[in-house]
Design a protein around this ligand. Structure first.
Ligand code: AGP
Length: 617
C-alpha cells in the first residue's frame, strides 16, 4: 500500500525522505516520487521501484534538489495506472502546492468535474490531484487553514500530507481512517509518515530516536521546526500524546538472509515464544487482563464471530475449531469484506474477534466497526501497537511477532493462531467449560510449539528438493481435513501469491464433489496428513487422487509408517496436538512456496500486485 514520508528540519530533506521511503517498501508500491522546497518546488517521480526514482534524480538536468523541507511517496495504484504522471506528489495549477496521499477520495469524479469547469488544469488520472487544486483555491497564505477548508469536501478514507511554497517550512497532514504519525526530535527536526519504520531509520542515523505522536482520526497536524500542532477539524487544538515504541529497527533488517521472508520464517519460534510470554500466571492458568473484558461479559457470550482477510482469515478458521471444541460456543467466521454487507445477527451477547497483523486492513476495520455499532464486543488480534484496529476495539491481544516486512504473512500467521488459541482457552477458563488441568495441559503443549516449529524449519533443504521437482507445475491442489483444511488453504495462498502458480486449497472430502476432475497424470497434490481423528479418511482421499495419476506430496507426523507407501514425497513434522497442528504444518508449506518462487525467479518479499497493508476497500 502507499507510503508517506515528509521532512522538515535543519538537514537536507531528500536523502532522509528516500531513506524513509526505502523503509516503507515492504508496504508494496508501483511508483514513487518526491517534492523538495529548494527555492521552487522540485518534483521528480517515476513508475517502478525506488531505484527508478533514484536514477531519475541522478540523471536529471539539474543537480538533486537540495532543501530542508520535502515530501515523498510510494504509490500503489487505485485511480489511474502506475505511470510517471500518476505517481505522487501532485501539484496545483501553478506548481506551488504539493500533495501526497494514501487511500481513496470517493467523490473525486465530481470534484474533478467542478475543478475543470472552473478552469483548473488536471494532468493525471488520480483522485489525489484534486486535493492539490482544492487547496490552491482555498489558500490565502496559511496552509493549515486551506487544508482545513478542503477536508470536509473529501469523502473517503485517506491520509494526506501537503506543503506550499508560499508557506514554506510547514507540512500539514490529515488523517481520515488511514494511518499517519509524527516523529519529533529535540533539535527542531520533524517527520510525518504513514508507518513507524520510516522514522526509526532516521532515528538510527540521527543517533537519537524521535518522540512519536500518532495522528488520531479526523485530526489535522501541522509540523514545522518550531514544533507540532494537532488540531480538530474545527481548528481547536488537541493534546499531543506520545506513543511508546519498542521495535528495534535492526530487527527489521534482513539479518543475513537473502530476503525478509526467509528471515521471518526462521523467526517463528521466537515470535511464538514472545506471544506466549506473560499470558499465564504461576498456576499455569490464562491471565489476559489486557483484553479489558470483564469475566461476566465473556460468560454471557452466546456466539463468537471472527472477521479477517487472507492469511488472517485462515488463522481465524483454525480458531473456530479450537473455540467450538473448548468452549462449546458456536463460531461464525467470515471474510471481512463480506461481513457488514450481509447484515449479520450481532448483539451484546456476541463477541467479535477481528484478526489483522497490520491492524489497518480497511475491510477488517470496517467489519469491526460494524460489529461494535451493532452492540458486539470486539477484540482485536493484531501485531501493530497503536494501529487503528487496536485503538477502536474494546480489547486487544497483541501478537508479538515484531515487524514483518515480507508481503507474505508468515510469522504473523503462526502468532495469530497462538494468540487466538490463548483467547479460546481464556474463554473456556472463565466459562468453566474446561477443567483447570486440561487448560494447563494445552498451555504446556503450546509451550512446546517453538521447538516443534524450529524442527520443522530444519526441513528447508528437503523442501527445496521437492520444490525443484515441481517447480514447473501449472496447477497445484492442497487438501486437508479438520485443522488440516485451513493449513491447506494457507499453503495454497502462499504458493499462488509468491510463485504465481495456480493453487487451490480444498477440504479433502470435497474433492469428489468437483475438483477431482482437475486431477490428471502428474498434477501435484499437497496433502496435509498429520495425525488426527480423521487421519484414516485423509488416507482414503490421498488414494483417490493417486488412483487418478496425481503426484502426492504429504505433510505427515514423524514416525508415521503408513504414509510413505502412499505418497511420492513426504515431509515429516514433529507430532503436535491436532488443534495446534497448523502452527507446525504450515512451516514446510511456507518453505515450499518460498523455494518454488525463488526457483521461478519471483520477488518473494514483494510479489506483484500485492501490498502489505491493504487500506482501500
Ligand atoms: C498473506 O500473505 C497476505 N499478505 C494477505 O492475505 C494478508 O494476510 C491480508 O491482506 C490481511 O492482512 P492483515 O493481517 O494486515 O489484515
Amino acid at each position: 500500500m502507499c507510503g508517506i514520508v515528509g521532512y522538515v528540519g535543519p538537514d537536507e530533506a531528500l536523502p532522509i525522505i528516500l531513506d524513509g521511503l526505502r523503509r516503507l517498501e515492504y508496504r508494496g508500491y508501483d511508483s514513487a516520487g518526491v517534492a523538495i522546497v529548494d527555492g521552487g518546488l522540485s518534483v521528480v517521480k517515476r513508475a517502478g521501484k525506488l531505484s527508478e526514482l533514484e536514477r531519475a534524480l541522478d540523471e536529471g538536468a539539474a543537480a538533486r534538489p537540495r532543501g530542508a523541507t520535502g515530501i515523498g511517496h510510494t504509490r500503489w495504484a487505485t485511480h489511474g495506472e502506475p505511470n510517471d504522471v500518476n505517481a505522487h506528489p501532485h501539484l496545483d495549477c501553478d506548481g506551488r502546492i504539493g500533495v501526497i496521499h494514501n487511500g481513496i477520495v470517493e467523490n473525486f469524479a465530481a470534484l474533478r468535474a467542478d475543478l475543470e469547469k472552473r478552469g483548473h488544469r488536471l494532468v493525471s488520472d488520480t483522485d489525489t490531484e484534486c486535493i492539490a487544486h482544492l487547496i490552491e483555491d482555498a489558500f490565502d497564505g496559511d496552509l493549515v487553514t486551506a487544508v482545513r477548508d478542503v477536508v470536509p469536501r473529501l469523502e473517503g478514507a485517506y491520509a494526506l500530507v501537503a506543503l506550499a511554497l508560499d508557506d514554506p517550512g510547514t507540512l500539514v497532514g490529515v488523517r481520515v481512517s488511514s494511518p499517519l504519525i509524527v516523529g519529533m526530535w529535540d533539535d527542531g527536526e520533524a517527520m510525518l509518515a504513514s508507518d513507524i519504520p520510516a522514522l526509526l531509520e532516521r532515528g538510527e542515523s540521527a543517533g537519537e530516536r524521535p518522540t512519536i505522536f500518532p495522528v488520531h482520526e479526523g485530526r489535522i497536524v501541522a509540523v514545522s521546526r518550531e514544533g507540532v500542532a494537532m488540531l480538530g477539524l474545527d481548528g481547536a487544538p488537541v493534546e499531543l500524546r506520545p506513543l511508546v515504541v519498542d521495535w528495534d529497527v535492526q530487527r527489521a533488517q534482513k539479518g543475513g538472509f537473502d530476503d525478509f521472508m526467509a528471515k521471518e520464517v526462521r523467526e517463528q519460534p521466537d515470535a511464538i515464544r514472545d506471544t506466549l510470554v506473560g499470558r499465564t500466571d504461576e498456576r499455569g492458568m490464562l491471565a489476559l487482563d489486557e483484553l479489558h473484558l470483564p469475566a461476566d461479559v465473556l460468560r454471557e457470550v452466546d456466539k463468537v464471530f471472527v472477521v479477517a482477510c487472507g492469511t488472517a482469515f485462515h488463522a481465524g478458521l483454525v480458531a473456530k475449531y479450537a473455540i467450538e471444541h473448548w468452549t462449546r460456543v458456536p463460531v461464525e467466521i467470515e471474510i471481512a469484506s463480506e461481513f457488514r454487507y450481509r447484515d449479520p445477527v450481532l448483539g451484546p451477547d456476541t463477541l467479535t474477534l477481528a484478526v489483522s497483523q497490520s491492524g489497518e486492513t480497511i475491510d477488517t476495520l470496517e467489519a469491526a466497526r460494524h460489529a461494535r455499532r451493532q452492540g458486539s464486543r470486539v477484540i482485536a488480534v493484531t501485531n501493530t501497537v497503536g494501529s487503528s484496529l487496536s485503538r477502536e476495539a474494546d480489547g486487544v491481544l497483541y501478537t508479538h511477532a515484531g515487524p514483518e516486512i515480507g508481503v507474505a504473512a508468515t510469522k504473523t500467521f503462526s502468532t495469530q493462531m497462538v494468540a487466538l488459541h490463548l483467547t479460546a482457552l481464556y474463554l473456556a477458563q472463565v466459562r468453566g467449560s474446561m477443567f483447570p488441568e486440561e487448560i494447563r495441559e494445552v498451555v504446556e503443549d503450546m509451550r512446546a510449539l517453538p521447538d516443534a516449529v524450529r524442527r520443522a524449519i530444519e526441513l528447508d533443504e528437503r523442501v527445496r528438493a521437492v520444490a525443484e521437482r515441481y517447480r514447473a507445475a501449472r496447477d497445484v491442489l492442497f487438501i486437508g481435513r479438520h485443522t488440516g483444511y485451513p493449513a491447506a488453504l494457507e499453503g495454497a495462498l502462499k504458493l499462488k501469491e509468491l510463485s504465481y502458480v495456480h493453487a487451490e486449497g480444498y477440504p479433502a472430502g470435497e474433492l469428489k464433489h468437483g475438483p477431482i476432475a482437475l486431477i490428471e497424470d502428474g498434477v501435484p497434490v499437497v496433502a496435509v496428513a498429520t495425525e488426527c481423528h480423521v487421519y484414516p479418511k485423509m488416507l482414503s482421499n490421498i488414494q483417490e487422487v493417486r488412483a487418478r495419476g496425481a503426484d502426492v506430496i504429504a505433510v505427515a507426523t514423524e514416525g508415521d509408517e503408513q504414509i510413505s507407501a502412499l505418497a511420492d514425497e513426504v515431509l515429516f513434522v514433529p507430532r503436535t496436538p491436532e488443534l495446534l497442528s497448523p502452527v507446525t504444518v504450515v512451516v514446510p508449506l511456507q518453505l515450499l512456496a518460498y523455494h518454488v518462487a525463488k526457483l521461478r525467479a519471483c520477488d518473494v518479499d514483494q510479489p506483484r500486485n500485492l501490498a502489505k497493508s491493504v487500506t482501500v476497500e
